[in-house]
Design a protein around this ligand. Structure first.
Ligand SMILES: [Zn+2]
Length: 307
């Protein structure tokens, strides 16, 4: 009887030990509920817009992705074609912009019409504007524009073509009758310096991608961290393959791929990261890649988990 009793106790002890090990295993390896730590969306974006020139354009910080812009002049009479080319030359001389003819998927399409069009009691000399804009952070990236030349410019300067080209580049009308962007065309109108300065300033930013963190949340689940990260390309060029590296108190705990992102596009990634430490104070997120970005400083975010 005694022997059986001891065996019975040993059996019970063994069961308890297995159960304890099992519970430890659950705690270490199986995600459990926990507190949620959230950070508010991060905004590290380039700030370009100063108050004095914020009214020049239809939207703030409008530009093409590069300063080399392609165009196609489609079925225009020679004189209008020459006026358009002259307008390109004038802007090339005064700014960092470069325009080149291209026959396929061009950035700016120029067409012509002889039909008289009247708008608000005025003869319409031309029409122009961006036709495709993508919001990428603080930029409004123009990818396509159109110009319709109706009236031949009778001025020495190709004022109609210049006016419509500046519309395509994002510039709105000016209330100043001496400005080329005044609604009504007169021959002595000039491209104001604020327009030229704005173009040179906004196109001085390199045409690079800019991967930025848009939102991060970390939820501890046992020895795992449940991580949700949204990364957006707020730059001027599509990004290539990158890596997201996660550090817990300085130790690398996870590396995941960030697939290429088009201009303005973002992607949310959710995953579990196993953390060897018991109590984690801070988690660092780093976007790692080998291509240039507009801003590399926004590729790092440190999240404090201690309340
Ligand atoms: Zn206009």
């Amino acid at each position: 009887m005694k022997g059986e009793d001891i065996n019975g106790r040993r059996f019970f002890f063994n069961i308890s030990l297995i159960l304890l090990l099992f519970l430890i295993a659950i705690y270490f390896f199986i995600p459990l509920g926990g507190d949620k730590y959230d950070n508010s969306p991060i905004n590290y974006n380039f700030s370009l817009n100063s108050s004095e020139d914020s009214t020049l354009q239809f939207y703030p910080n409008m530009r093409f992705s590069t300063n080399q812009i392609s165009y196609r002049i489609y079925q225009c009479p020679l004189q209008k074609e020459n006026q358009m080319k002259e307008a390109f030359n004038i802007l090339e001389d005064k700014t960092v912009l470069e325009f080149y003819p291209f026959e396929y998927d061009e950035d700016i399409l120029i067409t012509c019409s002889d039909e008289i069009q009247i708008e608000n009691g005025l003869f319409l000399a031309g029409e122009g504007g961006p036709t495709n804009i993508t919001v990428a952070g603080t930029f409004n990236v123009i990818s396509k524009g159109k110009i319709l030349l109706i009236e031949e410019s009778r001025c020495e300067e190709p004022s109609v073509a210049l006016h419509e080209l500046l519309h395509v580049l994002g510039f709105d009308h000016s209330p100043n009758p001496n400005n080329i962007m005044y609604e009504i065309n007169y021959c002595d109108q000039e491209i104001s310096n604020d327009i030229l300065d704005y173009l040179n300033k906004i196109y001085s930013i390199p045409s690079n991608p800019d991967l930025t963190f848009e939102g991060i949340s970390v939820i501890p689940r046992g020895r795992y961290l449940e991580i949700n990260v949204t990364i957006r390309n707020n730059g001027l060029k599509d990004s290539k393959l990158s890596n997201l590296i996660i550090f817990a108190d300085g130790n690398k705990i996870k590396e995941v791929e960030i697939l290429p992102l088009d201009i303005g596009y973002g992607r949310k990634t959710s995953f579990l990261a196993w953390a060897p430490q018991i109590s984690i104070k801070e988690v660092e997120f780093v976007i790692d890649n080998d291509f240039p970005e507009i801003d590399k400083l926004n590729n790092k975010v440190l999240l404090n988990l201690k309340k």
